[in-house]
Design a protein around this ligand. Structure first.
Ligand code: ADP
Ligand code: XUL
Length: 512
């Protein structure tokens, strides 16, 4: 039995897989908004941050970890779990002082994680990937290393607001004493892994590449990027290690509290997107994945690291070896939810009547589908921009609004992934919104390719569980053949005769 843990934006989930039967044994999930309402973070982050700041409370992640493991162990004994692997929302960072490891090692299993570990936080809240507040710090970092093309050459991405480097620089500038007090800066992934293993865990090359600090060619922290970011940073960053590396054995707290065996291994955790690449069986180059979670992402394995000339896409380490490309869109599920709620609809209404009564192309009604700041392209929007007939532009005609939002999201995705140069024969779809057949149909139509979904929906947690087994000596490709099967009736083919090339030009013109 292997356990995968995914700590994502809106929830923390666990998945137990069994290699003998090739099946999932159990899943458990904690939704931050619904299960932990006392953090006042209905979508997993603290609302109302100023100037684009988006933070989460790391105590919430700890409380969720205990709760998820209690739920899982109430259903299945965890005593035969041979290894734990994991993934976390990318870029988010957790700041701890020098007492962190001693606190980890003296955890009392009659208490809980969040109250015993919270005194170790040297920054009370954690900036997450939705944060767009560090434009100034990005410009300073890029200037210090000779421009964004140099940052991109070294790290695989230009200096990006949500990436950890500019967030660290902002903390150093705004709270130098807090920065000084910080002994280690973890990513969400390496933070949860540290808690599970009772020591400072390393960061893998998939998540490490999302920091603007790792040299993509050498997979080492880059001297010039670190000195452009903040002083003495090399003392505060965890080690780097390939995916599948062993970090250690599970901490005694989890043995006593949740019933793990002391010999249960803990593998290095990775980012949710690299884990999803594993869980979608897409680590080998050629297979494109679209994930429709809180963020919408488009990613694929890559042999050589070529970068996005527009500067919006990224190259990360691929847990299967080599590289992966990734483009992330901030207005994903939360934009779909905003429109759904504005129109008083539910998800079923998206499929029918909305998409059923409107034709592909939406009679020329087009939307820039941004309900807040967007990162691809990087723009601050206050709300969607509509272009079409008078009724549509006035926000009326709900079915046309729904279709315009979805077509706009996929047209924007198509436009900003053209640099990758993969013409996919078939696209694999995952994430919460992928179960919606109407949304899947719009994706197939806009990309002009069939889409399919896997029988296991939570691909990040599945990828994390597969990586746990890899840590224990299993072969990744064999496990992917076993678990990453497409669901029987999940394939959606593009509608005959539909062509979005004109709409794509119109969309690009509207975007400007
Ligand atoms: P994350 O891992 O980023 O926290 P998930 O991949 O779990 O997010 O996706 C959660 C989102 O999926 C929810 O915010 C919700 O908007 C969306 N979702 C869930 N079910 C549906 C559905 N049937 N149709 C469209 N969207 C859905
Ligand atoms: C990727 C990104 C998001 C987060 C949260 O660059 O910012 O996809 O990983 O899912």
């Amino acid at each position: 039995m292997y356990l995968g843990i995914d700590s994502s934006t809106q929830s923390l989930s666990g998945m137990l897989i069994d290699l003998e039967s090739g099946r999932i044994l159990q899943e458990a999930s904690v939704n931050f908004g619904a299960d932990l309402p006392h953090y006042s973070a209905p979508s997993g982050f603290i609302p109302g941050g100023s100037n684009g700041e988006v933070h989460s409370d790391p105590r919430m992640w700890l409380e969720a970890l205990d709760l998820m493991l209690s739920r899982l162990s109430a259903q299945t004994s965890l005593a035969t779990v041979k290894a734990v692997g994991g993934s976390g929302q990318q870029h988010g960072s957790v700041y701890v002082d020098d007492t962190f490891v001693s606190r980890l090692q003296s955890l009392d299993s009659s208490g809980n994680l969040f109250s015993q570990l919270s005194p170790a936080f040297s920054r009370a809240t954690s900036p997450i990937w939705m944060d767009t507040s560090t434009g100034r710090q990005c410009a300073e970092i890029a200037a210090a290393v000779g421009g964004n093309s140099e940052v991109c050459r070294i790290t695989g991405s230009v200096a990006v607001e949500r990436f950890t480097g500019s967030q660290i620089r902002k903390f150093f500038q705004h709270d130098p004493a807090g920065y000084q007090r910080t002994g280690r800066i973890h990513l969400v992934s390496s933070f949860i892994c540290s808690v599970m293993s009772g020591c400072h865990a390393p960061i893998d090359f998939g998540d490490g590449a999302g920091m603007n600090l790792m040299n993509l060619a050498s997979c080492q922290w880059d001297e010039s990027m670190m000195s452009a970011t903040a002083p003495a940073l090399w003392e505060k960053l965890p080690a780097l290690a390939p995916a599948g590396s062993l970090v250690g054995y599970i901490a005694d707290y989890f043995v006593k509290k949740h019933g793990f065996a002391p010999e249960c291994k803990v593998g290095v955790f990775t980012g949710d997107n690299p884990a999803s690449l594993v869980g979608m069986g897409a680590t080998a180059p050629g297979q494109v994945v679209i994930s429709l979670g809180t963020s919408d992402t488009f990613f694929a394995g890559m042999t050589e690291p070529h970068t996005d000339p527009r500067g919006f896409g990224h190259v990360f380490g691929n847990p299967g070896g080599g590289y992966m490309c990734l483009v992330c869109f901030r207005n994903g599920s939360l934009a779909r939810e905003a429109l759904r709620d504005q129109l008083g609809l539910d998800w079923q209404d998206f499929e029918a009547p909305a998409l059923a009564v409107t034709p592909p192309g939406n009679k020329g009604n087009l939307m820039l589908p941004f309900f807040g700041p967007e990162i691809t392209p990087r723009r601050d929007f206050d709300g969607p921009v509509r272009k079409g007939d008078a009724e549509f532009e006035a926000g009326e005609n709900p079915p046309a609004q729904v279709r315009a939002l979805l077509e706009g999201q996929f047209l924007n995705m198509k436009r900003h992934t053209d640099w990758i140069g993969i013409k996919a024969d078939c696209i694999r779809l995952t994430g919460g919104a992928s179960r919606n057949n109407g949304i899947a149909q719009v994706a197939a139509d806009v990309f002009g390719a069939p889409v399919e979904r896997l029988s296991i929906a939570n691909s990040a947690a599945l990828g994390a569980a597969i990586l746990a087994a890899v840590t224990d000596g299993c072969d990744m490709a064999t496990l992917q053949n076993m678990f990453c099967k497409t669901a029987a009736d999940s394939r959606v083919c593009p509608t005959t005769g539909v062509d979005y090339s004109h709409a794509l030009c119109e969309f690009a013109a509207l975007l400007g």
